[in-house]
Design a protein around this ligand. Structure first.
Ligand code: SAH
Length: 389
């Protein structure tokens, strides 16, 4: 993170690039104020203004002196991504199309349920992992979202429900990092944004209500265990390496055993009452939905404290798979339940506005360098070890 404002030349005129404070966690904002010779507690004041009161105009931050506000205005800004459109489904699901710097758009979805409201947040523009059944993967990878662009999504949803004015009949009670992108491939920004979600002076969400979902970037998951203990969802989708190599290509680098071991150590560090991962398994007709697959999955997960979430495949334009049949879905669920697992089936929400799991596509510009970027992103996920293929 660059703490000091950079200077660039536009039309030969030097221009100050202002630091966007939106994505600064409390500790980073404290460091920022110290660096500019101000007291650390200013960080708490600003965090409260932005993330509790929804105020992004420095002039309105009346507990800061006028001098300080003027000084800050020269070097910082509080800028949100732009909402392009917002659609409501007949079932109450809301989907936003959000434009970020560079012109690409990401999608974000809010799913209301009786007791909670879950916001599904994107972490990247596109995705480099290229899972064969995911619409985002088909878009290719453009870039990581900044911490400001990630937390900005929660700000936008909170604002749209009137949460900042405390008049919200609906609110965001849970956040899942299950939108576009692989959160562990954008480690630092995702951790910063999650810290703001958890921060008491910001959104104050509990760790159990913030979930990171990953397809298995094992070294990054190991690293996450050192800095965070938010809830963990692991996207398995196959009970053996042979099948998973085809569906989730990162499995060729970090196989199932490595992934499950890493997830087990992650949740092992959690307090007793939270020590459980969620296993996500997207069911595709005649691909991974057979009785043998269910039995193999039950066997595979023996040593992992977990609950299993079955997700019927959601089709998207150009997708090559079919949704699992209800018979197969029930049979699959019953086998796992009989083996003693807690199994839930994710109901498809927001079908009429293409807001369901795996359907988020946004508008990813500049996909031409996809292969190059893909390779670079994967190379960054050290240590590199090809397990198979
Ligand atoms: N990259 C992360 C988070 C994004 S995907 C991950 O893989 O976990 C969030 C969840 O939606 C994952 O479990 C993913 O496998 C699932 N998903 C993706 N495409 C889907 C589709 N077409 N139908 C149903 N679920 C899908």
């Amino acid at each position: 993170m660059s703490q000091s404002a950079e200077v660039t030349a536009v039309n030969d005129q030097p221009q100050q690039v202002k630091t966007n404070l939106l994505g600064f966690s409390a500790s980073k904002l404290g460091d920022f104020f110290e660096e500019i010779g101000e007291k650390r507690f200013r960080a708490t004041q600003i965090i409260k203004w932005i993330h509790q009161m929804g105020e992004c105009d420095l002039d309105q931050m009346t507990n800061l002196s006028k001098d300080l506000r003027e000084r800050l205005k020269d070097i910082v800004e509080i800028t949100l991504p732009e909402v392009v459109s917002c659609q409501d489904s007949t079932d109450g699901t809301r989907k936003w199309l959000i434009k970020v710097d560079g012109g690409s758009c990401i999608e974000m979805v809010y799913i209301p349920e009786r007791e909670r409201g879950t916001l599904c947040v994107s972490s990247q523009i596109g995705c480099a992992l290229d899972c064969s059944f995911c619409a985002t993967g088909k878009q290719g990878f453009n870039r990581d979202l900044t911490a400001a662009e990630i937390i900005g999504q929660l700000w936008i949803a909170a604002d749209s429900f009137g949460q900042f004015e405390h008049k919200a009949p609906r609110r965001v009670t849970n956040v899942v990092m299950m939108g576009m992108g692989e959160p562990l491939m954008n480690f630092d920004n995702v951790v910063d944004a999650m810290n703001i979600m958890l921060e008491d002076n910001a959104y104050g969400l509990s760790k159990r209500r913030v979930t990171l979902s990953t397809a298995g970037v094992v070294p990054a998951l190991d690293k996450l265990a050192d800095v965070s203990d938010v809830s963990l969802a692991i996207s398995l989708h196959a009970p053996n390496d042979e099948l998973r190599n085809q569906l989730v290509p990162i499995n060729r680098k970090y196989n199932l055993k490595q992934f499950i071991d890493s997830a087990a150590s992650y949740i092992d560090k959690m307090p007793d009452n939270r020590r459980k991962a969620t296993v996500e398994y997207t069911l595709m007709d005649q691909v991974n939905d057979r009785v043998e697959h269910a039995k193999e999955l039950a066997e595979l997960l023996t040593d992992l404290p977990c609950k299993i979430n079955l997700i019927p495949f959601n089709p998207f334009p150009g997708s090559e798979y079919k949704r699992v049949s209800n018979n197969q879905l029930n049979r699959f669920r019953d086998i796992l339940a009989n083996e003693g697992y807690t199994v839930t089936v994710r109901t498809t929400r927001g079908d009429d506005i293409a807001a369901a799991c795996g359907q988020l596509a946004g508008e990813v510009n500049d996909r031409t360098k996809r292969q190059e970027r893909y390779k670079r992103k994967l190379d960054e996920a050290q240590p590199v070890k090809i397990i198979d293929g």
